[in-house]
Design a protein around this ligand. Structure first.
Ligand SMILES: *Cc1c(COP(=O)(O)O)cnc(C)c1O
Length: 403
């Protein structure tokens, strides 16, 4: 039987005395508020998304799109997602059977894991992993296994030997995430081909979280694994408007892939939220359909400004004494505090408010005692999706760590 205790325990939330404590994310955000620190722990933008898309949501409300939308999602959004996947990546989808709108990527991921993994099945994730994956895996009663990302001079790279050794006959699902939170790694073709190989070998479905698909820097290309030979028929791709459009509160996500897999996800999803965000679905449909026009121009500017803010924060962290692995995408950078004499990133994060900044320890994204947890014990994730003046202030404060 699956108990709530397994879920909070998988999330690392059971204290030594058996009580359930707040997530490190909640702890750090509370600490930021209490100490008046700059919160570089939580990754949400402090500038709104495009005005024309906000206006489209207002217009949708005024036009009366205020009752339950269809179970699979508003047709215009299903069509916009299918058209986006074809235009961008050459992935062809039937919008009536191969796309499902969800309450953010989070619900799509949870519903996919619940639909496809049975109790006792193994679900493999990259490690560190976004914190909703282990919780969803525990809710399904499945067993979580991890393949570490390894810090190299060229960025974090997937350990391909560990991948081959971890995926096996008991593996039901591989949950990928590229561009990757928390490390900012963007999986390259070699890594994706290795995942495709083991997926074929063991007849495994891949669920890929691509919410940062548009947020890559320095011309690094995001490659959806569904575009690799033979992968479209075994891949569920999950994305969302939250990160792409800087509207993280709208919670409009989508799942796409083979009709039978999308159908399975829908069967679970209809009893989680049934539907959500009707007017926002209309607005996101308009934004995605306008991907070559105003939305594209806005996104290009966001990516340019984000990569500039990444450079600013990375330079500040280096100057403060951290070793930084420069991210190729996302909102985040991972900084290694060992050069500052730090061994425990959790301790450091509890002390960082003394200089007026908050980050989150990367160990919070790892299973306790795993190789990734060991390797990244002294690492901290900081977000750079904050205004430039806020980042300059934070960098100035971080310089105090050396003093
Ligand atoms: C933010 C984030 C999500 C959540 O997306 P929503 O659309 O807000 O549910 C999922 N995966 C990763 C890796 C994220 O960083």
């Amino acid at each position: 039987m699956v108990r709530w205790h397994d879920v909070v325990s998988a999330a690392g939330l059971v204290a030594d005395d058996g009580t359930v404590r707040a997530t490190v994310f909640a702890e750090m955000s509370t600490l930021a508020v209490r100490t008046g620190s700059i919160n570089l722990g939580q990754g949400f933008p402090d500038v709104d998304g495009p005005a024309h898309v906000a206006e489209a949501a207002v217009a949708a409300i005024r036009a009366g799109h205020n009752q339950y939308p269809p179970g699979a999602g508003v047709p215009a959004l299903l069509e916009a997602v299918a058209a986006h996947q074809e235009r961008r990546y050459g992935i062809r989808l039937d919008p009536t059977t191969q796309v499902l709108v969800t309450a953010g990527a989070t619900e799509g991921l949870a519903a996919a894991v619940l639909a496809l993994a049975d109790p006792g099945d193994e679900v493999v994730t990259i490690e560190p992993a976004y914190d909703s994956y282990p919780a969803a895996i525990a809710m399904a009663g499945a067993v979580h296994r991890g393949v570490p990302l390894v810090r190299t001079p060229g960025g974090f790279r997937l350990d391909l030997d560990a991948l081959a050794a971890t995926v096996g006959p008991r593996t039901r699902l591989i949950v990928l995430n590229t561009p990757h939170n928390p490390t900012g790694a963007v999986l390259d073709r070699t890594e994706l081909e290795a995942v495709a190989r083991v997926a074929h070998e063991h007849d495994v479905v891949v669920v890929t979280d691509e919410v940062y698909e548009h947020l890559t820097f320095d011309g690094v290309e995001h490659v959806p694994i569904a575009t690799l030979p033979g992968m479209a028929e075994r891949t569920l791709t999950v994305s969302s408007a939250g990160k792409t459009l800087s509207f993280t509160g709208w919670k409009i996500g989508w799942v796409s892939g083979p009709a039978h897999l999308v159908q399975a996800v829908r069967a679970v999803k209809q009893y989680l939220t049934y539907v959500s965000g009707g007017p926002f679905q209309h607005a996101v449909a308009a934004a995605l359909a306008d991907d070559d026009g105003r939305t594209r121009a806005w996104l290009d500017e966001l990516v340019g400004s984000l990569s500039h803010r990444r450079d600013l924060l990375c330079a500040g962290l280096e100057a403060a004494g951290f070793t930084v692995t420069v991210p190729a995408g996302t909102y985040f950078v991972v900084a290694d505090a060992r050069p500052l004499g730090v061994e425990d990133g959790v301790d450091l994060c509890r002390r960082l408010p003394e200089v007026g900044v908050v980050g989150v320890p990367v160990s919070a994204f790892c299973r306790r005692g795993s190789r990734a947890a060991d390797d990244l014990a002294a690492s901290v994730r900081f977000t750079f999706v904050k205004r430039e003046d806020v980042l300059r202030d934070a960098v100035g404060r971080l310089a105090g760590l050396r003093g």
